[in-house]
Design a protein around this ligand. Structure first.
Ligand SMILES: NC(=O)c1ccc[n+]([C@@H]2O[C@H](COP(=O)([O-])OP(=O)(O)OC[C@H]3O[C@@H](n4cnc5c(N)ncnc54)[C@H](OP(=O)(O)O)[C@@H]3O)[C@@H](O)[C@H]2O)c1
Length: 268
């Protein structure tokens, strides 16, 4: 890979593992200056700058811009990648499961964006939100996750037009199933006595198998690479041919039929 002509300063959240770690490593290798954020340091060796922060901790996040400025006075790209998911039914998941999902997948993103906007506007840079195909196709027993990613995408679109006159580009990328630690980190709640038990078990097993055999994390890097070299990047990019096809079907097929297919795959 040829080194970049103009190195950018790029912040990647959720950089300790999975998609975020791969992105941070590859972007740094490509010649950019990368700052990765997560609660725990990556286990594998890494070459980017790492800042430890729980993105749902308001006080810790408020200190991030100053910590960042010590590494670089400039910030060109923010990749909002940190995310989590719960597996289980709306009825039986703990009371705070939806709050916790929204806290990281939506509210923490907004908080960090607002803090970093002065720097991003100065650079006429990019904000890239990591959404999901599950934001367009509501997955039963991952309803909170799907709802959070749908909210994130609408947020991203609104922000894009607000920032347009400042030259800031806002994009959502929507990976399909990707090999990462997401399955292992998904908190799944279901009990043997539950009337949902077998359906949740089947649904989560299918989801985990899909993620295991999913795309490699570098598929996301390839898309990011293109976005940050484009003056006018698309509003959103779905990653993976089969997922682009799914999105097309979702647009043209009757909603009831799409719901029927989702039930067969993940709800039955
Ligand atoms: N894998 C897939 O199939 C897939 C598909 C579509 C979209 N996505 C999206 O891609 C993004 C990355 O997911 P992944 O698959 O790479 O998952 P992952 O392997 O579980 O990585 C999640 C990252 O988020 C960080 N994180 C979690 N809670 C945090 C917090 N409170 N503060 C700071 N960092 C936190 C984790 O680090 P620490 O635990 O060290 O904090 C980790 O680095 C997510 O937004 C996910 O929704 C994934």
């Amino acid at each position: 890979m040829k080194a970049v002509k103009k190195p950018l300063t790029i912040l990647v959240t959720g950089a300790s593992k999975g998609i975020g770690f791969d992105l941070a490593q590859r972007l740094q290798k490509w010649g950019h200056r990368v700052i990765g954020v997560a609660r725990s340091q990556p286990i594998e060796p890494f070459t980017f700058t790492f800042l430890s922060c729980d993105l749902t901790d308001k006080e810790a996040v408020s200190k991030l811009p100053d910590a960042l400025k010590k590494v670089s006075p400039q910030l060109d790209v923010v990749i909002q990648n940190a995310g989590l998911g719960y597996g289980g039914s709306v009825e039986e998941l703990p009371d705070d499961a939806f709050e916790k999902t929204l806290a990281l997948n939506v509210l923490a993103i907004n908080r960090l964006n607002r803090l970093l906007l002065p720097m991003i506007k100065d650079a006429r840079g990019y904000i890239i939100h990591v959404g999901s195909v599950a934001g367009d196709l509501a997955i039963p027993f991952q309803t909170f996750y799907s709802a959070s990613k749908a909210a994130l995408e609408r947020y991203s679109e609104g922000l894009r037009n607000e920032l347009k006159p400042f030259g800031v580009r806002v994009v959502t990328i929507k990976p399909g199933d990707t090999q990462s630690q997401f399955s292992a980190n998904r908190v799944t709640v279901y009990q043997k006595e539950s009337p949902y038990y077998e359906r949740i078990q089947r649904s989560i097993q299918r989801m985990e198998a899909d993620e295991k055999s999913g795309m490699p994390t570098h598929s996301v890097f390839r898309v990011i690479k293109k976005i940050i070299t484009r003056k006018n990047p698309p509003v959103s990019v779905t990653i993976g041919l089969s997922y682009q096809f799914l999105q097309l079907l979702n647009r043209i097929l009757p909603k009831k039929f799409v719901q029927f297919i989702l039930y067969q795959l993940y709800g039955k």
